[in-house]
Design a protein around this ligand. Structure first.
Ligand SMILES: [Zn+2]
Ligand SMILES: [Zn+2]
Length: 350
């Protein structure tokens, strides 16, 4: 089968490799759509990841497809079932798993890190992922491309549940890449009254305007970010500030535009060795701020997002900029890194 395997820094190869053999408890899924994630771009550049990735490795984890083979002992699925896959494989036994916070599992592994991923015609779904509910049936009215982008949107939903975004909130989102755009959409669904986006790339600002997902867009290279947010919020600041850009400065500024009792979410991680920031802790103290992060999501978040798509509350067709055949992977990765695209999907089958 055709697959994209990572061998080292900027060494992603389009190869012919054997179709995986499945073992007891596993499923073989024929991949119809697999979206490119920001982490794929970073991992290709770095030649791996600090999250225990071993090489060579088939990348790709935002995926949907069709079950074509069922391992011994699996009874919940049948051949031909349309499914989307969760990424994180939780142990099911640690304190976090027992609390349902499987994204923080102490012993977690993940598709495309410790197991071959989904930029391939077929993927063997690990038995532990099958057992822990990570193979999710797709409703008839949701296509494979839409199902493939459930995972990144579910991470955004996890973040906003933690930030307690709710009715009438003013939400500031720093960064309008795909993740920032998803944040704007989810904030509105959760009841936000005013969504303000900060972004420096003109192409992305244009996308935000076309999608009509923000009440206001600020380009901090052209106008002052802090004073503009304060002006719009009558000097009070925003209820929620989400930093969806890998920027230290953005994290530092987030505290300055949050309202008293505001929630600040460091959604995007900073690059390794570049993750120290400088903040006035008195702001947190006197304004009673809540500063937290978000990483990954659970199957429950994925099911909630799938329902939003099924019910037409998220129009995914506007969020997928284009699809490429797997053979055009170079073009696809280039386009995904260009800042001109939202989600880019790779199709391993014609
Ligand atoms: Zn991802
Ligand atoms: Zn666990």
């Amino acid at each position: 089968m055709k697959a994209l395997r990572l061998y080292g820094p900027n060494d992603l190869r389009y190869e012919d490799i054997p179709i995986p053999e499945i073992k007891e408890g596993e499923l073989l899924v024929k991949i119809h759509s697999c979206a490119i994630c920001g982490s794929d771009l970073r991992n290709v550049k770095a030649g791996g990841s600090s999250h225990g990735m071993t090489l060579p490795r088939v990348l790709g984890h935002e995926a949907a497809g069709e079950i074509v083979k069922i391992g011994q002992g699996v009874h919940d699925f049948k051949i031909g079932d349309r499914v989307l896959l969760s990424v994180t494989v939780p142990c099911g036994k640690c304190d976090y798993c027992l609390k349902g916070i499987t994204n923080l599992c102490d012993n977690k592994t993940a598709l495309s890190y410790q197991y071959d991923g989904c930029f391939a015609e077929y993927v063997a779904v690990p038995s532990q992922l099958v057992k822990t509910g990570g193979v999710i049936p797709i409703p008839d009215n949701v296509n494979y491309d839409a199902a493939a982008i459930v995972e990144p949107i579910s991470c955004v939903l996890n973040g906003q549940e933690l930030s307690q975004v709710g009715l009438n909130d003013t939400v500031v989102i720093i960064g309008a890449g795909p993740v920032g755009v998803f944040h704007a959409i989810i904030a509105r669904i959760l009841g936000a009254a005013e969504v303000i986006i900060s972004e420096i790339l003109e192409d992305r600002i244009e996308i935000v305007k076309q999608l009509n997902i923000a009440d206001r867009v600020i380009n901090p290279q052209k106008e002052d970010f802090i004073s503009n947010v304060l002006k719009v919020t009558k000097g009070q600041g925003a209820d929620v500030v989400i930093v969806a850009a890998p920027s230290r400065e953005a994290q530092e500024q987030a505290l300055l535009v949050a309202k008293k009792r505001g929630r600040i979410n460091f959604f995007g991680g900073l690059s390794k060795g570049n993750s120290y920031i400088s903040i006035d802790s008195n702001l947190i103290h006197y304004k009673e701020l809540f500063v937290h992060g978000t990483s990954d999501s659970t199957v429950i978040h994925m099911k909630k997002v799938l329902k939003l798509i099924k019910d037409g509350r998220i129009n995914t067709s506007k969020l997928i900029t284009t699809t490429f055949n797997i053979s055009e992977y170079k073009e696809a990765f280039e386009f995904a890194s260009s800042g001109k695209a939202l989600k880019v999907i790779i199709k391993p089958v014609n």
